[in-house]
Design a protein around this ligand. Structure first.
Ligand SMILES: Cc1ncc(COP(=O)(O)O)c(C=O)c1O
Length: 386
């Protein structure tokens, strides 16, 4: 796979590229924001999709045994996690699943905890559904983010938290929570019977010396209070096909979740998504291996560039994801000034850290899942921030 191949994504109804015009940003802006990749999906996935398209009939579709096998084999092989097909529920996305779980399994006014800075649709899901957001801010210490477990427990207790949305690997700070941390999370949640919505969409992006452990494999005795959210969408760049796999071992929780989906009139996954998921999980592993090497080199290149050319900007070492969390505070500029300079002088589009909540200010998120040439050009432009 040649990850250096530049693919023109303009005029493809791409959120990342075509919103440049929609939002009136300078025409030659380089988009390094939303979390999708500038690479084509694995050739095996494209072949399967072409064959499916050529079949020509797109009637109602539903997952089958082969689909469940493909999902299970992937998680069995990569994470030593066995998925009972009866516990698998498919949804058109993880954000959809979080919203559904909140509506199905909590009540209006209930307190739900998140760890900011974190992927902002978590908070939107809580608040759009009229629940209350409780924040356990992550703590940055010795060049790494940590969980403040005392605050975690105190908030759960004092605010009567009923659910916690875990993000591992964590977007945007790049932590891959380790076994000890996942165990402590469980112990505290168990003490107060807190439901865990574990968003593990980035599980396949983990860099050497780190290991992603699925929350459920670390805490099998809490599976009945855990909902694990996975998808091939980030891993194989299939977000536009909208398919994800939600694992809900507890039958009562699963029934309530499905009932809520039914209320929304949502039942089946689309045919192309089913085809792509099967092909990706059955045949995509070697492609992913190559991709991870390419991304690692992109991360190393960014690190070297910043150290040498822009030491005022600090890269928080990523343990996982292709989203780099950059601390711009060394520039001594306000967020407003940085925003303006990024847009007008640098003409690169990064996500402002402030959108991820408490602790996000002064930071920007850079998506490095792009060609090396594009990344180099974006970094060259970033120098104009001074
Ligand atoms: C942590 C996290 N969860 C969920 C999503 C989006 O998932 P979906 O497109 O399936 O709703 C993203 C996308 O960036 C993400 O980073």
């Amino acid at each position: 796979m040649n990850f250096n191949r530049k693919i023109n994504r303009q005029q493809t109804q791409s959120v990342k590229y075509d919103f440049i015009e929609t939002l009136n940003k300078p025409e030659d802006t380089i988009p390094m924001w939303v979390a999708d990749m500038d690479f084509s999906a694995p050739p095996q996935v494209i072949k399967a999709l072409v064959e499916r398209a050529e079949h020509g009939v797109f009637g109602y579709s539903e997952i089958d045994e082969r689909y469940c096998q493909a999902v299970n084999n992937w998680f069995q092989t990569h994470f030593n996690w066995q998925i009972d097909p009866d516990t698998l529920v498919t949804t058109p996305g993880i954000v959809y699943a979080i919203n559904t779980a909140i509506r199905a399994l909590t009540k209006k006014g209930d307190a739900i905890l998140i760890q900011e800075p974190v992927y902002n649709p978590f908070k939107c899901a809580i608040e759009n559904n009229k629940r209350q957001t409780i924040v356990n801010p992550l703590v940055f210490k010795e060049n790494r983010y940590h969980i403040d477990f005392d605050d975690f427990e105190n908030k759960i207790k004092s605010e009567n938290v009923v659910a916690f949305i875990l993000c591992t690997p964590h977007n945007p700070v790049g932590r891959v929570w380790q076994e000890e941390e996942l165990k402590r999370i469980k112990e505290i949640c168990q003490r107060y019977d807190v439901l865990i919505l574990s968003d593990e969409i980035h599980c396949d992006f983990v860099y050497p010396s780190n290991e992603h452990r699925m929350f459920e494999t670390v805490n099998p005795d809490y599976a009945h209070r855990t909902i694990t959210m996975t998808s091939p969408s980030k891993t194989f760049n299939l977000a536009g096909l909208q398919g994800s796999n939600i694992i809900i071992p507890d039958q009562a929780l699963r029934s309530a979740f499905k009932k809520e989906m039914e209320k929304q009139g949502s039942a089946h996954l689309n045919a192309m998504s089913i085809t792509a998921t099967i092909a990706a999980y059955e045949e995509g592993a070697p492609w992913l291996e190559d991709l991870l090497k390419y991304l690692q080199e992109n991360i190393a290149l960014t690190q070297r560039f910043l150290e040498k050319e822009l030491p005022e900007i600090q890269l928080i070492p990523p343990e996982g994801t292709y989203l780099l969390w950059l601390d711009f505070k060394g520039l001594g500029l306000s967020d407003q000034e940085i925003s303006e300079r990024l847009e007008k002088r640098c003409r690169i589009w990064l996500n402002a850290g402030s959108q991820y909540g408490v602790g996000g200010e002064g930071h920007w998120r850079l998506n490095v899942a792009t060609t090396r040439a594009n990344l180099k050009e974006a970094l060259r432009r970033l120098k104009k921030i001074r």
